[in-house]
Structure formats: C-alpha cells, structure tokens
Design a protein. Structure first.
Length: 256
C-alpha cells in the first residue's frame, strides 16, 4: 500500500470523514493528487467518495485502522516492554492478558516462547487472541462477554461471571494513565470494572506502561498503586514518580 494511502485511511479512522482540502494540507500534496488517491481507494472498496471528500466504507476497516493508530503510538517502547514482560511467564502458569496495545506486544513476544508447556492464557481482547492463535504450546481460554468495536476488548457481566471460578497466577494489564496519587486509570467504565475485579483476583498483578502514560489520566482508576506487584516501563518514565512508586514497595523494572 502507498504510504500516502495508509495515512489517508488512518486519518479517516480517527475522524470518520475528511475533506479533500484537509487531506491536501495535512499531506502536503495537491488536491488533484488527493482526488486521485481517493478514487483509487474507492475502487479498492476501502472508502466511499462523498461531496468534497471521503469516508470509510466499511466499519471493519475503521476499527482496524483505529486500533492500528493506538498500536503505533510509542510502538518501539511497547515492543521492548512486551518482550521484557514475556520472561515472567512460566510453564503451568495461568495468566491473563488485557486488551491494551502494550500487552498485545507482549503476546507477540510470547509466540517465541516455545519452551512454555501447559501455560493457560486468558486474553480479554480479540486482537490479542488472534495474535496467539498459532501457538500450539499455549492453552488459549476465551472469556464470554460483549465485544467493544474500537478496542476489541471483551467486557460486561458475562465476562465477570466467567472469571468467578478461575485461578489467575498473573494478570498483565495496561492503563491509559498512571500517577502515584490516582493509581492506574482507564477510559471505559466497563473495562475499569473488569480490571478492578481482576486486580483483586490475580495472585500477581504486573502492569505494562510506556512512559507517555505518566502524563495523562483516564476517567476513573481501577487500582491503587499499592495493589500491583510489578510495573514495567521504559527509560522515559519520570524519575520522581518512579521513586515514589518504588517507595511504596512496588517492583519497578525500567527497560532501556
């Protein structure tokens, strides 16, 4: 795919529709070029031409590109954190992986852990489950529930009921934001309620946070800092906040 076409689709995924003039300005090409790009994308069945611009034709395409945008944010750090986190999984473990993109990077790293035997992985995100489909040495256990179209997460009362009788050795969780005062926060209330339950249920809670999350907060918190076992982040994390978190007895790992 032409790089410019990819950028057009990513823009449409974020805004649903966009004008030719906006795309021309953002991509620094002429409106004639943008019109030709949109015509080509329309012929491929990816966009619908509308007066003065375009919109995504398929909801599936919008979902995929919306997720791709999140996955690409700080992707280098997420990959490093994910690879580092994968070392904490052992044979016979029962682990939970949430639907965050940093934990998805960990799932990619788990594909290389062919040494693992009889490890049960419970993903609460459809994209993470798809990533692990080919891992014949892992037992993938899917929860029931409602699928969120944008994040691909599985939530709701069926999901909570699913976990009642399960033992979880390690829960690997991401967050939209983190601070010493407010703890770990996220953006969707159903996901927040699920994570609250998982923090209380898991023997060990391991949080995967890239450094950009220290500068923002979600709508509500799902855990106090003191309730987690480990935090894995990158070298860009604010040193003063890391010092406070460590002073609370949390095992913080900095990935270079």
């Amino acid at each position: 795919m032409i790089v410019r076409h990819k950028k057009i689709l990513e823009r449409l995924a974020a805004t649903e529709n966009v004008s030719v003039a906006e795309l021309s300005s953002q991509l620094s090409v002429s409106e004639v070029t943008i019109r030709a790009d949109l015509t080509e994308l329309a012929e491929e069945g990816k966009v619908l031409r509308v007066h003065g611009g375009a919109q995504l034709l398929e909801e599936r395409v919008r979902q995929e590109y919306s997720f791709q945008i999140r996955k690409n944010e700080n992707s280098e750090n997420k990959i490093k954190i994910g690879k580092y986190a994968a070392q904490f999984v052992n044979s016979l473990d029962s682990i939970l992986l949430d639907s965050s993109t940093t934990v998805l990077a960990m799932a990619k790293a788990l594909r290389e852990r062919t040494d693992l035997k009889e490890t049960t992985v419970i993903p609460t995100g459809i994209w993470t489950a798809i990533e692990l489909m080919s891992c014949t040495n892992l037992n993938i256990l899917m929860p029931s529930g409602y699928l969120r179209s944008i994040s691909g997460s599985i939530t709701g009362s069926p999901t909570s009921t699913f976990f009642e009788n399960l033992n979880i050795n390690k829960a690997f969780l991401g967050a939209l934001g983190v601070s010493f005062e407010n703890g770990l926060s996220d953006s969707h209330l159903l996901e927040i309620e699920l994570k609250k339950m998982l923090v209380n249920k898991a023997d060990e809670v391991i949080v995967l946070i890239d450094s950009s999350k220290f500068s923002q907060n979600g709508i509500a918190s799902y855990s106090n800092i003191k309730n987690i076992s480990k935090m894995i982040t990158d070298s860009g994390a604010p040193k003063n906040i890391i010092k406070k978190i460590r002073s609370a007895g949390i095992d913080v790992h900095i990935v270079e």
